[in-house]
Design a protein around this ligand. Structure first.
Ligand code: VGL
Ligand code: ZN
Length: 198
């Protein structure tokens, strides 16, 4: 049965994709996203729905080498964050990821940054191998890795439901979060809330 965007209820062919819910992106972390911890309990509800339904769950993590090009010391824009094998790179401890989650590391090379979970990873191939056609996407941060992951998912031909209650923005400039949501919806992502799952 084809997906009806007006019917968000998880269904075979759906996967949940949790983007970069890591310690360094929580308030107090090296690149804390304002109110970023608020996504954790909401994502736990989505995770429980997917786990109960036996549907696949994927989680990306920013996974940089210590001298990554995106860090200010190397001329990049960001403080050092999500350095491989450090506590800051670990998934948020309150995030209830099931054992069967597929973990996708991204931006792992020194010379290249990537905000999208699809860039230089096996994510698209793993989703296709799992028979996934529609993604429910939430996490951090709305205006960087969620934005770029959602746009790439649509380019790759997946339908996307954006978990509007489970994303938060960095907002280097005020309004960046809303602008990112507008770009995602213009590209075809459909915003939903937990209560829409039915
Ligand atoms: C991210 C800034 C730098 C993100 C990653 O996960 O949105 N933002 N690296
Ligand atoms: Zn990063």
């Amino acid at each position: 049965m084809a997906h009806d965007p007006n019917r968000p209820t998880p269904w075979p062919g759906d996967a949940l994709l949790v983007v970069d819910v890591q310690n360094d992106f929580l308030p107090g972390g090296a690149l804390g996203v304002p109110d970023g911890d608020a996504v954790v309990p909401v994502l736990n509800r989505y995770l429980a729905r997917f786990a109960t339904a036996g549907l696949p769950i994927f989680a990306t993590r920013d996974w940089h080498p210590a001298d990554h090009c995106s860090f200010q010391a190397q001329g990049g824009s960001w403080p050092p964050h999500c350095v491989q094998e450090t506590p800051g790179a670990e998934f948020a401890p309150g995030l209830e990821l099931p054992d069967a989650v597929s973990r996708i590391a991204k931006a792992i090379g020194t010379e290249k940054d990537s905000y999208s979970g699809f860039e230089d990873t096996e994510l698209a191939a793993e989703l296709r191998a799992a028979g996934v056609s529609r993604l429910l996407i939430g996490g951090l941060a709305t205006d960087y890795c969620v934005l770029n992951t959602v746009l790439d998912a649509l380019r790759e031909g997946f339908e996307v439901l954006l978990l509007a209650d489970a994303i938060r923005a960095v907002e280097v400039q005020p309004g960046d979060g809303d602008a990112a949501i507008a770009r995602m919806t213009a590209a075809g992502a459909v915003p939903i809330l937990l209560e829409d799952l039915g």
